[in-house]
Structure formats: structure tokens, C-alpha cells
Design a protein around this ligand. Sequence first.
Ligand code: FAD
Ligand code: SIN
Length: 520
Amino acid sequence: MIKTDFLIIGSGIAGLTYALKVANHLPKAKITIITKANESESNTKYAQGGVAVALDQLFDSFEKHIKDTLIAGDGLCKKEVVEFVIKEGPERIKELINWGAKFDKETSGKYNLGKEGGHTANRIVHHKDCTGLEMERTLLKKIHQLPNITILSHYFAIDLITEHHLDLKRKNKNNINCFGIYALNILNNKIIKIISKISLLATGGSGQVYLNTTNPIIASGDGLAMAHRAGAKVKNMEFVQFHPTALYHPGESPSFLISEAVRGFGGMLKTQSSNLFMHKYDSRQELASRDIVARAIDTELKISGDDFVYLDCRQLNKKKFLQHFPNIYEKCKSIGIDVFEKMIPVVPAAHYQCGGIEVNKYGQTNIKNLYACGECAYTGLHGANRLASNSLLEALVYAHHCYLSSIDLYPKLNFNKPIPDWNAEGTSEPREKIFITHNKKLVQQTMNDFVGIVRSNQGLKHASKRIKLLNYETKVLYNSTILSPQLCELRNLTTVAKLTIEQSIKRKKNKGAFFNIDLI
Ligand code: FAD
Ligand code: SIN
């Protein structure tokens, strides 16, 4: 058993930022971060484009950034959330810079601000094309200097501990407290309880619920699924953002991203017959918001029957491109594409979960002492579609708000409940793991085929039936065999799929990233 004052599940930008702030403020408190992979593995690590912040008050303004965010969100953003997140952005970025993060600058000393789809100004602060890696590096370095933070890598959070574990007969999901989690130590296969006064879910997104995704393997919606099982409210799951330009490279999973900043830099989308097409869909052309560009590509692919379209960068300034996008250049080169000579084959891929665990302005869920932050949370910032590079910004601002609320709550809490040990569900080794891998592929294929960029009533109904069966089969496996991360992930992915389908079926009007052809 582990007893800790603060438990943080996830070591991406949300979890690390929160941990750092709490640890600095409360040097005597014990802070524990758990992560199911190595400490830097996260969606954060792969973030390319950067962080949207209206730093340049001459050519940009908070008002412009707010307007762009509201337009991208297609009427479903919470305006008050949009306003405070955007206005607090510069302060949070400066904090990160003070902690040591290096963002690209012009020779004049001003930050070099990139542009992405849906933005009417250059406002993306970035570190070349690997901004997330730089953020993880900075945060982990600071965290390692603090003696009151422990990082437990390769610990898989299975379930939140709530009253339901204290009273197995309890059915009521109202008025619940969170007392910590049960976690599987992946290295020795032992399940322990981690008891905590305050817990923060920072488990990231769920792109792995789709076959084609830019998200790494860790993104299986674990936090969201465990919060849902415990009775937390989950909202807006029908709004799955597809990134328009993942590199088309069959066999590679996850898909490598070709940052939207490349289109902001002048990259043009073309069909395989070398025709420009974005002008047919939006006056902003290549720089329309992601939902529009992804749907336009999807339409063109259906018309032509092709597997991919092209992103043409051949005409761009070579020196500047290499400065800004060295990793993208190298990646393309490694598969035989010199971007100055050949066009890059691209295709949309599942990228970001706009919905999530519902939280208030302080990141509090409806479960007491449980916070959620980052991609697993639904704050109201993104509405029906996230504006590019607003996600890292949201995580930074909300980690700060979660921290402010937590340090206020902390002195009022104590460990006063007897928490039972893990009560083993299944006991036997799975005879054949193929049931897990096979069903995971079925979940992903079902989501790809029927719950993708363009949906239909028939497709959603079909997917719903499939996922119900897969949910049932997973439950049977879960209840009878010894737990493994793969089985837990399958259980969580089927839950994410179920929620996405259910909430898609309920939505009766197309908005942002949600598009059902039967609702036109
Ligand atoms: P993550 O960074 O995903 O971290 C989640 C953590 O939780 C990981 O440490 C993981 O191991 C851990 N975890 C998950 N489940 C469990 C479990 N069961 N037990 C224990 N630990 C668990 N956004 C932008 O704003 N700008 C960009 O330029 C940008 N580029 C992107 C590029 C790519 C390729 C991708 C995939 C995303 C990009 N995004 C970008 C989105 C952004 O990176 C993410 O939304 C953000 O990093 C999420 O941060 P997070 O802290 O919420 O979660
Ligand atoms: C990108 O670089 O295109 C990703 C930006 C984002 O997901 O916000």
C-alpha cells in the first residue's frame, strides 16, 4: 500500500504542471505521480505545432484569439471558459519559460509565432516541430529536483477507489468521494492500493480507440473510463477531432503527424491529379479549421477513390522550413520523400478527444476530492471542435486552477476510511491472449468504419450493436482472468467507444467535428 497526500495519474503536461506547483507550494506534502509507461511517454511528448497564446499585442489580441476559438467550437464553447483560458495564457507560458522551456525566437529576440488552421493571427509559440518534447523535458527536469515528488513509472491505474469499494452493495452513484486508486505494478504484476487525500486524473486522450490515429499507444481513455465507472459525468464524446494531415505510410502505427503549422507555413493540399481543392470548401482554404479540412479531404478521397491526398511543400523556403520543421523533414526523408522534390502523401487520422470528464473552473469533477485536467477533461473550452494548439494551453491554465483549488482543500482532508485491499476479479491466466488483441482490433475497426469523420444513423446503430457485444465479451474476460494492462486497456477502449457512439446517437444537429449525413 502507498499513502500519499496528492496522487497524480499521468505524466504529461497536465499532471506534471500540477505536481510541480503543488510540490513547490507544499514542501512537506507527499506527492506521487504514477504513469503506465516510462515517465515521458504521453501525447504531450509528440506535440509538434505548439501552444496558442496571444503574446503579440500589436498584430494579435485576446479578443481575436477568443473569437477564433469560438468560431472553431461552432457555438458550443463556454464563453466564460474561453475568455479566462486565453487571458491567462501569457502568464502560464512565461512561467514555463522561467522553468527553462526554450521556444524559438526571431533574430530580433521576439518569439517566432507560427500559424495554424482557424487562427487569424500568428500566435503559436513553438520549439521547432517538437514543442511537446521540450515541455516534457523542462517539466521532468524541475520535478526531479523536488524531493517531495515520487514518480512511479510502469504502474497502471485500474480503478478509482470510492464508497463502492467500502460498501460493495452500494448502487447509488451520488455523493461519492475518491480515496485513491488500485494500480497494477506492471513490472511484478502485483495490484496495490494507493490511498490519497486528493487525486488528479491527467491520463490524456483516447485516440487509440481508432485504427488510424496520431496518438501513441498510451492514449486509451483509461482515466475517462475509470471516472465513468465511478460515477463521474462524461460529456461531448461525439466530438472527435481528426487531424487532416497524418503521413500516409501504411503499416506504421501510430501515424506520424505532419503539423498543421506546415500548412500555416504555406503547404498546399492537392489531389493525386495535382489539383488544389480547398477553395471549394472554405474561403480560408488550407487554413480553415480542422473539422472542415478533414471533411474536405474525406470528400475528395471518396470522389477519387484514392487512399491519400498530397501536401505540397516543394515551393517553400528551404532554409526556413528546415529551421522550423527538422523532424518532419527527416521523417519524410527516412521513407524516401525529400519534401522539396516530392509531395507528402497525407490522410486524416483521429487526433484529439474534445469531450471528456466534466469539470468546473477549478478542474473539480462531480466526485469529491477528484480533479481532472488536460485531454481527459471536458472544460467547455473546445466546444464542438478544438482550435489548433489550444490543448497545451488548456492543460497549463487548468493545471494552475486545479492547484489553486487543491491547496485550499488539502488542509480540510484526512485519511479516515478503512480502504480494502484489491479484491481479485479473475484468477486464471488467460489461455489465449488473442481474445484481447482480436477484440481491440475489432473495436478500432468498428470506430474507424462507422464512427469516423462522416457518420450515419445506420452506421452508428451498427457500431452500437458491435460494441455492446465487445463490451460484454470484455467483461467476461475481465471477471475471469488475471489482469494485464492490455486487458484493462481493452476494457477502457470499449467504454470510450460505447460513450462516443451513445453520445453521437443522441446528437441531433451537426456541429464542428461531429457530422452525420442523415442530419443534413
Ligand atoms: P498526455 O500527455 O497524453 O499524458 C497522459 C499520461 O497519462 C501519460 O503519462 C500516460 O502514460 C498516463 N496514463 C494514461 N493512462 C494511465 C493509466 N491507466 N495508469 C497510469 N498512467 C496512465 N496540442 C497542442 O495544443 N499543440 C500541439 O502542437 C499538439 N500537437 C500534437 C501532436 C500529436 C502527434 C498529438 C498526438 C497531439 C498533439 N496535441 C497538440 C494534443 C496534445 O498533445 C494533448 O492534448 C496533450 O498533450 C494532452 O496532455 P495530457 O497531460 O492531458 O495527457
Ligand atoms: C499540429 O501540430 O498540427 C498539432 C496541433 C494540435 O493538435 O493542436
